[in-house]
Each structure stands twice: as structure tokens, then as C-alpha cells.
Ligand binder design. Structure first.
Ligand SMILES: *[C@@H]1O[C@H](CO)[C@@H](O)[C@H](O)[C@H]1NC(C)=O
Ligand SMILES: *[C@@H]1O[C@H](CO)[C@@H](O)[C@H](O)[C@H]1NC(C)=O
Ligand SMILES: *[C@@H]1O[C@H](CO)[C@@H](O)[C@H](O)[C@H]1NC(C)=O
Ligand SMILES: *[C@@H]1O[C@H](CO)[C@@H](O)[C@H](O)[C@H]1NC(C)=O
Length: 200
């Protein structure tokens, strides 16, 4: 929750927003609006807490403001990958997909036949998103497991809330207001606000 509030605040305070997507699940290493175009992890080079990620039935969940975007999902095996490891992993993406609506998108990631994926293997999932104005980066540190009770399947959501919201009057949340609403809504409000600013 704290993370979502922080990134909502970051988006709201940014005048020239460059970020048009957020990795909302599994937990991102971090989000920094200005640094999101910087690979491999949008400005976050340090490891963060690992989320248990199932070898089958995993997914990544993002929030996007673009009407269409592409998403490359790379899985970098290892406990603390360096920049070169991300570059190497990008040559064999775990998946490449696209999203044809703004809002929340859930992308299945079945790693059971991914080369090197095994129970208890540490990995970092890297997302490279492009909504038409250049690549943006987010990463999540995970541990791949056969059984993942810590993985929240309920986070898989598809909708086009951003369209619905941005067609109306843009909300003008205050810092405290944004911090008190649920994580997904806070992030959505922030991105909707960014979308509204971009369309001016
Ligand atoms: C990582 O996990 C530790 C222990 O559960 C917790 O205290 C800390 O706040 C977490 N850090 C982040 C960035 O979530
Ligand atoms: C996985 O990473 C954690 C720290 O994030 C570390 O404590 C653990 O030893 C690593 N596991 C393996 C198999 O390297
Ligand atoms: C790749 O992504 C597509 C679309 O999200 C999904 O249907 C497919 O299952 C994914 N493949 C793997 C191997 O995860
Ligand atoms: C995941 O991939 C494995 C191996 O390719 C396949 O047997 C299995 O049916 C897939 N599971 C899902 C849920 O797509």
C-alpha cells in the first residue's frame, strides 16, 4: 500500500510525466516516474524483497494508460543479476505480448518449460513496456516455486478503467486523499491524471 501511495504521489507531482505504466504485481522493485525509461529496471538496480512466483499459473499485472502497448517479459535467473544478465535474458524473452486497451492488464506467465527455471530458483522478472514512445522498465524480484501460497492469484485483473475514467473530468486528488484510497485505485487515479495531462 505504501508503495502504491508513493508512486501515486510521484506521478501526481510530476509535471512532465514520462511513465505510462506501472508493474502492480508481483511487487515492483520500485517506481520512479523520471527513471522509468532507464534500463534495466527503471532506475532500481538494488534487489528488493522476493515474491513467491509459481512455475505454472503465474502472471504479471500492469496498469497502463496507453490505448495500445507492447510488453516483453524477460526472466533473468540468478540471485543478483547484473545489467549484462538482463541484456542476455532479453534475447530469449519469456513472453512477448501486447495490450489493446488502457487500464489493468493481466499477462499469464507459464515458466514450467522456461530454460533453467526450477523450484526454489531465484529470478528477476523484467518488463519492457512500449506504449509508442519508447521502452519503459520495471522489475520484480521473485523466487520460482512449484507451490506458491504467497502468490496472490486475485491480483489478476483485466479491465479498461483508464478509458472510462479519463473520458470524464480528471479527478484532482490531494496527497492525503490519494494515500487513503486502495492501492489499485490510487495508482489508477494517478495514471488517469497523467493521461489527462498528456491529452491537454
Ligand atoms: C521487505 O520485507 C521486510 C521483512 O518482511 C519488511 O520489513 C520490509 O518492509 C520489506 N520491504 C519492502 C520494500 O517491501
Ligand atoms: C535467493 O535470494 C535470497 C535473497 O534474496 C538469498 O537469501 C538466497 O540465498 C538465494 N537463494 C539461492 C538459491 O541462491
Ligand atoms: C504469453 O502471453 C500470452 C498472452 O498474455 C498468453 O496467452 C500465453 O499463455 C503466454 N505464454 C507463456 C509461455 O507464458
Ligand atoms: C505450462 O507449460 C507446460 C509445459 O509447456 C504445459 O504442459 C502446461 O499445460 C502449461 N500450463 C498452462 C496453465 O498453460
Amino acid at each position: 500500500m505504501k508503495f502504491a501511495a508513493t508512486l501515486a504521489a510521484a506521478l501526481l507531482c510530476s509535471s512532465a510525466a514520462s511513465a505510462h505504466f506501472i508493474l502492480t504485481y508481483p511487487a515492483s522493485r520500485g517506481f520512479n516516474d523520471d527513471a522509468e525509461p532507464t534500463g534495466p529496471c527503471g532506475g532500481f538496480n538494488a534487489l528488493s524483497n522476493r515474491t513467491q512466483f509459481p512455475l505454472t499459473n503465474g502472471f504479471v499485472e500492469i496498469l497502463s494508460v496507453h490505448p495500445s502497448s507492447t510488453l516483453q517479459i524477460n526472466v533473468v535467473l540468478g540471485s543478483n543479476p547484473a545489467a549484462a544478465d538482463f541484456t542476455a535474458a532479453a534475447s530469449t524473452p519469456a513472453n512477448s505480448t501486447s495490450m489493446n486497451h488502457p487500464g489493468h492488464g493481466c499477462f499469464p506467465l507459464n515458466l514450467s518449460s522456461f530454460n533453467g527455471a526450477a523450484n526454489n530458483a531465484n529470478a528477476t522478472i523484467q518488463l519492457i513496456y512500449n506504449g509508442g514512445d519508447g521502452p519503459l522498465y520495471q522489475c520484480a524480484d521473485v523466487v520460482l516455486v512449484t507451490s506458491a501460497p504467497g502468490f496472490d492469484q486475485s491480483q489478476c485483473v483485466n479491465n479498461n478503467d483508464a478509458t472510462t475514467s479519463s473520458s470524464g473530468v480528471a479527478p484532482a486528488p490531494t496527497g492525503s486523499g490519494a494515500a487513503s484510497i486502495p492501492a489499485k485505485s490510487a495508482a489508477l487515479v494517478a495514471l488517469t491524471f497523467v493521461a489527462a495531462m498528456m491529452s491537454l
